[in-house]
Ligand binder design. Structure first.
Ligand code: BJ8
Length: 384
């Protein structure tokens, strides 16, 4: 039987429910592995009979605790995630058997050294770039095999290639269902909000049953299509179609994304690693499983890769397919890779695609909400 945190009685009801649900799962013997990044090939975790759970935190609440150890001038996602680990207030971290980190941005990789003192953290060494291709694939393939061996050691199991292939096929089915749901944003006029696109995408990470997750995406896609056919098809809308790109944005969703829609924009596409950026490319289902995983995951177009030309190619394709009118980039404070890369994103969007672009930098606090309302309002007015 798993123990609850010492301060459990002081937690609010919603948090207590989260802990109890996870405890029930763990008491039944479910293996749980915490992850921080979309580059981690979750197929291996499923092949080990475990479930992956995302530990990137999007709440302001644990930041003060995080800042008791980490510098203030650091990305809020990193401070919040570490703060949750420190205060034992996140059931997902608390009940993870161990954590997988990765060498993506400097803030995260240095934080993992400290996190390892709270819970075992296995770090995967992600290449900084994709070229020379052969070397990058080889290096990442080696890391993927090292993760497989870590899972085998940790759980005293053997993971066969057959187990991994089955997980690849299952995850590909999930990607197809997820992508079809996200592609509802292509509908003209839109039939669901960007806010819902974001909420449902994030919630999927906490549904541990892949079959149920696929079913839930398919069901919602069907409902929205039905609504569009009956209530929206053939109608026109003057609201600009907005693409959101940049950092993971769940921590600023209410402050920024909701504001865009309340002020008259339609968010039709969220190009982040929790959205379409990671769903478009599937893992090859034939050939060497480790190479197939290395190829797919290396091609994720996050700004931690240098150079990152494929991000622009993908953006161009998405802008055309989703009939985007303007791009808003969200940058979390002190995220240097997305912040520096935003200059090239702006050039690409304005010069190559001829569309308006704005970047908004923020953290998880509400202090700058008024300022964002003014900036977003001015941007949307300019579009009209
Ligand atoms: S694939 S976006 S999860 S690295 S933590 S880089 S916001 S300074 S989360 Fe990320 Fe993987 Fe890329 Fe996605 Fe910037 Fe903050 Fe670093 Fe961040």
């Amino acid at each position: 039987m798993q123990n609850l945190p010492e301060n459990f009685e002081t937690y609010d009801e919603a948090r207590q429910r989260g802990f109890l649900a996870l405890k029930e799962l763990k008491d039944k013997g479910q293996r749980v592995v915490g992850i921080f990044c979309s580059y981690v090939p979750t197929e291996l975790i499923y092949a080990a009979g475990a479930v992956p759970v995302g530990l990137c935190a999007h709440s302001e609440e644990p930041i003060a605790a995080g800042e008791s150890v980490l510098p203030r001038n650091l990305c809020p996602l990193i401070k919040a995630s570490y703060g949750f680990a420190l205060t034992e207030k996140c059931p997902y971290f608390y009940f993870s058997d161990f954590v997988i980190g990765e060498t993506t941005c400097d803030g995260k990789k240095k934080m993992f050294e400290l996190l390892n003192e709270i819970k075992e953290t296995f770090v995967m060494y992600l290449p900084n770039g994709r070229e020379p291709r052969q070397d990058a694939v080889k290096a990442w393939r080696n890391e993927i095999i090292r993760l497989k061996e870590k899972l085998e050691d940790f759980y005293s199991i053997t993971i066969s290639e057959e187990d991994i292939r089955k997980a690849i096929v299952l995850k590909n089915r999930e990607r197809v269902a997820f992508q079809k749901f996200l592609e509802l944003g292509k509908l003209v006029p839109p039939a669901l909000t960007g806010y819902e696109l974001g909420i449902k995408s994030d919630a999927a990470g906490f549904n541990f049953d892949i079959e149920k997750k696929i079913e839930s995406f398919e069901q919602r896609t069907e409902e929205v299509m039905h609504h569009w056919e009956n209530d929206c098809k053939g109608k026109t809308s003057k609201r600009p179609r907005i693409m959101i790109t940049g950092c993971p944005n769940a921590g600023v969703r209410d402050k920024l994304l909701k504001t865009v829609e309340e002020l008259g924009g339609d968010i039709v596409l969220i190009d982040t690693c929790g959205g379409i950026r990671t769903q478009m490319q599937k893992v090859a289902e034939t050939g060497d499983v480790y190479t197939a995983l290395a190829e797919k995951y290396l091609d994720i177009t996050c700004s931690v890769m240098s150079p990152n030309e494929p991000r622009f190619e993908m953006m161009g394709q998405l802008i055309d397919e989703f009939k985007v009118d303007a791009v808003i980039e969200i940058i979390l404070q002190a995220c240097h890779t997305f912040n520096v890369e935003s200059y090239n994103v702006k050039r690409y969007v304005t010069e190559k695609k001829g569309l308006p672009y704005i970047s908004l930098e923020s953290d998880y606090s509400q202090a700058d909400k008024g300022q964002f309302v003014t900036r977003i309002q001015a941007f949307l007015e300019m579009l009209q």
